[in-house]
Design a protein around this ligand. Structure first.
Ligand SMILES: Nc1ncnc2c1ncn2[C@@H]1O[C@H](COP(=O)(O)OP(=O)(O)OP(=O)(O)O)[C@@H](O)[C@H]1O
Length: 367
């Protein structure tokens, strides 16, 4: 656990960057600090590993005040990932990742083996080991940054805008991978971002800060969306709150899934016409994985890939109401495709049925 108790930081020029911050980041969870530019997020983070010393108040690491600890030893217990990865430019990737284990006295061989394991874990091929940071893309450098922070197997991690220097597609990929990794490693993490969507997607809990370094609200993502503490938080969390909060509402059993008579790729136009409901028929592969929708009236012979409309986004039966609604709305037939954990067709849902389920059960279990 990382705990802030009444922590204030006033810079020598009088700027109060953080003002009486009380906050607890629970063990094994990902806590996100989010807020507008200049609200004191980075200052708060850097006070934890004492790159910045608080003016007053106490920060605890598992109930021990950090002020009494040796700063260098403290930093070894805490992994630190920053924007642009902050890699050593003159060191190879494997040397970057093994820096900390070497510092901690591990043999070269062991540190190297561990570094290669970690590289694999964050999705970097071993062939990158001998490259230098400038030979990697921004997203790959960020992965190295994460691997390096994990190298000493710290219980705590601080991450300052770790995914902000890459394009939106890579960013989303890195976020997904990171979530998967965190599910395995369960570190106590505090991450800073200015992006509320990132905070809501990744955080177990989210602390919204306002300029002047005060905590506006600390809550789970779904609570922030459904019960913002005040106008500032409501504004910061942004529009589409009702819709976005559905992203935290499980579908499990709440919406009836209808049967959908699908045809396989290569089926005749006659079969497609016979099985179509309205203008559209769903097309699956040999393993019953949905491929897209076809309009039998437009078919010239058998169902081919080029006949398929691919706009529908299938939802997992175990997913959220938002995914289910999105599946229905994105489908050209307006029937949202629902799949099992192997991606095989279960059936379809209509937007009306999803909305009915939401209305019937406004307090469905949230994630
Ligand atoms: N060394 C310093 N001396 C004086 N003021 C500083 C110093 N470092 C930061 N500040 C000020 O403290 C406030 C908080 O800065 P901080 O970097 O913690 O904000 P932030 O929320 O991380 O911002 P951003 O999202 O823009 O990175 C800002 O007003 C900033 O200008």
């Amino acid at each position: 656990m990382i705990k802030f108790e009444n922590v204030t930081k006033a810079y020598p020029d009088g700027t109060v960057a953080v003002d009486g911050l009380n906050l607890e980041a629970p063990t094994g969870k990902l806590t996100i600090l989010v807020g507008p530019s200049g609200c004191g997020k980075t200052t708060s983070l850097r006070m934890i590993n004492r790159l910045i010393e608080p003016t007053s108040g106490t920060i605890y690491l598992d109930d021990q005040p950090t002020s009494g600890m040796d700063a260098a030893l403290l930093r070894r217990r805490i992994g630190y990932v920053i924007q642009h990865a902050g890699l050593f430019p003159h060191k190879t990737i494997v040397d970057n990742v093994s820096t900390m284990p070497l510092l901690l006295g591990e043999s070269r061989q062991k540190a190297r083996t561990k570094a290669l394991e970690l590289m694999e874990r964050v999705g970097l091929p071993a062939s990158f080991a001998k490259r230098y940071p400038w030979q990697l893309s921004g997203g790959q450098q960020q992965r190295v940054g994460v691997a390096r922070a994990l190298a000493s197997d710290p219980a705590f991690m601080l991450m300052d805008e770790p995914f902000s220097a890459v394009d939106p597609v890579v960013r989303s990929q890195l976020q997904e991978e990171f979530l998967r990794l965190q599910r395995e490693i369960g570190k106590t993490i505090i991450m800073v971002t200015h992006d509320i969507d990132e905070a809501l997607k990744l955080g177990d809990q989210v602390a919204v800060m306002r300029v002047g370094g005060k905590l506006a609200q600390m809550a789970s993502p779904s609570e922030l969306l459904t019960a913002p503490a005040d106008e500032f938080v409501a504004d910061f969390v942004g529009r589409d709150r009702g819709y976005r909060s559905l992203g935290f509402t499980k579908t499990a059993g709440a919406v009836a899934i209808g049967e959908e008579a699908a045809v396989q790729l290569g089926a005749s136009a006659d079969e497609a016409r016979a099985k179509a409901l309205g203008a559209w028929v769903l097309v699956v592969d040999g393993g019953r994985k949905p491929l897209g929708w076809a309009q039998p009236e437009l078919l010239n012979g058998e169902v081919k890939r080029e006949n398929l409309n691919l706009s529908g986004i299938p939802a997992a039966a175990s997913g959220t109401m938002r995914q289910l609604l999105d599946a229905a709305l994105s489908s050209p037939s307006r029937r949202g495709v629902v799949v099992n954990e192997h991606g095989e067709l279960i059936g379809t849902v209509s937007a009306t049925d999803v909305v009915k389920a939401i209305e019937a059960e406004p307090h469905l279990e949230t994630i």
